[in-house]
Design a protein around this ligand. Structure first.
Ligand code: GLA
Length: 410
């Protein structure tokens, strides 16, 4: 049964983590989550193994990633989680204890190593019997697995739906989509409670591809972030598709609970430098988790310059946690704005189309942003001062972005 009346924030506060699956589905859209406000108070930052290594990641690669986060300055820029994605899992023994496979000989030792660098460590599982990669997942072993993660010193769990769709949703409710969704939410509630019961602060990342509007129910069950879409790919069509699917979700994000447009592909695949810049800028505007997914030991200087741009990271990590909205669109150009602490504002002018050169540049309407020009700001990619004026012409390469911070917009 669906309730139309939204629960109040006060009720949500009381039900945090003890919330039932059914209550979670009725959560108010603007669901602040006081119980986790110190955990993921700003969007988590770090690195995850999947986008570059896929199934091939090993203990050695995770250690190297930790070393590189320190030596490249990424740790100092805020990247502090080293997250192992799928394919670390071995078999369960007769007591139900899940062992690692030969690529990860000693998870506790690995966690200790990552912690010794002043970093945190994340791991991956799912509510089904198998992960997306076909490895053992947590179905019927949720508390046992959560306790094991805590004993290893795990700080972050990505929990990926995958085989739960077949194992439970399709098996138990073959012709009832709504019941399937209730089963899915219940599974995320179960792991949320198991994590909470460990007493260890573990960031809880829901990965179920945005099914059944997780922004409406994930905060109430202790979710710190939830994927809003299917998997990202390292090409522009995927990046822009995900950006567009996150337009309008601003009101669901805030300290402790974030929309997750998926991990970064900056430096991967076919993305040009303009596209890498636009991708990173827009993830910062979206208050997205910034989980780099590139080959850190072989990172090009220009990729490092993008990932460590402190001004852009400061937009992402702004403590108000207000996600950007797409304020207006003019053909191939989208203008996004984000309110920042201290009354500041970020403006992103994103060119989704072909080059805009001096013959027919884009003309920015300050009035549509609710501003009266001129407005002094900083161009966060050139590092130079810029003054925004009404109707100003802007030239932009294809798939590039102008990202400006205005400290005193009013
Ligand atoms: C799913 C997730 C990805 C990754 C893979 C691992 O596709 O969405 O982010 O974790 O599983 O198998």
């Amino acid at each position: 049964m669906r309730l139309s009346a939204p629960l109040s924030v006060a009720v949500l506060a009381l039900t945090a983590f003890t919330v039932s699956a059914q209550t979670a589905t009725k959560a108010a859209p603007k669901a602040h989550h006081p119980a986790t406000a110190t955990l993921a108070a700003t969007p988590p930052m770090g690195w995850n193994s999947w986008n570059f290594f896929h199934r091939n990641v090993t203990d050695k690669d995770i250690r190297a990633a930790a070393d590189e986060l320190v030596s490249t300055g990424m740790k100092d820029a805020g990247y502090n989680y080293v997250n192992i994605d799928d394919t670390w899992e071995g078999e369960r023994d007769a007591s139900g204890v899940l062992h690692t496979n030969s690529k990860f000989p000693d998870m506790k030792a690995l966690a200790d190593y990552v912690h010794s660098k002043g970093l945190k460590i994340g791991i991956y599982s799912g509510p089904g019997s198998k992960t997306c990669g076909g490895f053992a997942a947590s179905l019927d072993h949720e508390a046992q697995d959560a306790n094991m993660y805590a004993s290893w010193g795990i700080d972050y769990l990505k929990y990926d739906l995958c085989s739960f769709r077949k194992d439970v949703m399709a098996a138990k409710a073959p012709n009832d989509k709504a019941e399937q969704m209730r089963l899915m939410v219940a599974a995320y509630v179960t792991m949320g409670k198991a994590l909470k019961a460990t007493g260890r602060p573990i960031v809880y990342s829901l990965c179920q591809y945005g099914w059944d509007a997780p922004w409406e129910w994930a905060p109430a069950l202790g979710g710190n972030l939830w994927r809003t879409t299917g998997d990202i790919r390292p090409d522009w069509m995927s990046v822009i598709d995900i950006i567009n699917q996150n337009a309008g979700l601003a009101k669901y994000a805030g300290p402790g609970h974030w929309n997750d447009p998926d991990m970064l592909e900056v430096g991967n695949g076919r993305l040009t430098m303009a596209e890498n810049r636009a991708h990173f800028s827009m993830w910062a505007m979206l208050a997205a988790p910034l989980l780099a997914g590139n080959d850190l030991p072989n990172m090009k200087p220009e990729v490092k310059a993008i990932l460590t741009n402190k001004d852009v990271i400061a937009i992402d990590q702004d403590k108000l946690g207000h996600q950007a909205s797409r304020t207006y669109v003019d053909g191939e150009v989208e203008v996004w704005t984000r309110h920042l602490s201290g009354g500041a504002m970020a403006v992103a002018v994103l060119n989704v189309g072909s080059d805009r050169v001096s013959t027919h540049p884009f003309h920015l309407s300050l009035a549509k942003l609710g501003l009266k020009g001129p407005k002094a700001g900083k161009d966060l990619w050139t590092g130079k001062d810029i003054t925004l004026t009404d109707n100003m012409p802007i030239e932009l390469d294809s798939h590039d972005v102008l990202l400006v911070r205005i400290d005193a917009p009013k």
